[in-house]
Design a protein around this ligand. Sequence first.
Ligand code: TRP
Length: 333
Amino acid sequence: MQKAKTVVMSGIRSTGFLHLGNYFGAIRNYVRMQEEYDCFFMVADLHSLTTHPETKELRQNVTRVIAENVACGLDPKKVALYCQSHVPETAELYLLLNMLAYKGELEKTVTFKEKVRQHPDNVNAGLLTYPVLQAADILLHRAKLVPVGKDQEQHLEMSRNFANRFNHRYGEIFPEPYAFNFGEELIKVPSLDGKGKMSKSENQMATLYLSDSDDDIRKKIMKAQTDSGPTEPGTPKPDYIQNLFLLLRLVSADEVLKKFEKDYDHCNIRYGDLKKQLAEDMVRFIAPIREKAAAIQNDSVYLQQIMEEGTAKARKSAGETMRLVKDAMGLAY
Ligand code: TRP
């Protein structure tokens, strides 16, 4: 059965605070996709239990992720924005897909091996079958496009394998889901210390969070590494300087960027001035998102309404898929 519009589905981790890298790498793409596609965006609270059995902060984390995504421009009227645990069909499909997933392939998954190394005392079956739950999230809506980063490629490949195995055994129900990004435009936001990308858990001083106060933002940017500047025209920019320019490009006006590029070329750049300007432009960018997110998070009636509408849309789509699945499997008695 074909759906009218191409279906897009993605899951957002509920652990950690959203940062500038999430904004430019993921959320901005969600916001663009909501205009053209049938979109399902889900907070992966069940997945978080595989590594975070403590649930005291779960509600707070889930609502913060929802509030931050809406503050960034995701429109809960246009997309299904929902919480994984509110859609019980997810668990049902997960169970059925588990019979098509082999222990060997699950044990070979890179993310599984990494987590075993990080939490050797909690290697639970949920962790092993994490990719099966993710496949259930995606296949539940028969999604074709999954906007995710490079680190999710293997999980997507496994989702395709489970879909194909199901289709071969029981009948063509699931399209193959593929990772989707805006190609060249996919922006990796560098961390402020010149080492790698901004990250939810690592080097907090080098990562700008959407919840950072104006002073945090200024402090982090003013601490970023610089040097005494180039002395000869044509000197290539070291990584940590290149990164500051990249951030300017994301949040500052063109003239500002051009001015500092010119100063660099003429070997009279003042990095103190560059960082002050970048800090103010960054504050102007992040502050409205932070304030909007805080307002939404304090509005429990609105939050509840977003979650209920999201659940209803997701369950409608999930119910249709589960009917097809059960018919195909001969479980409809
Ligand atoms: N595993 C994903 C991550 O770590 C989160 C996720 C859960 C997801 N379910 C999904 C992503 C479904 C895409 C589709 O970021």
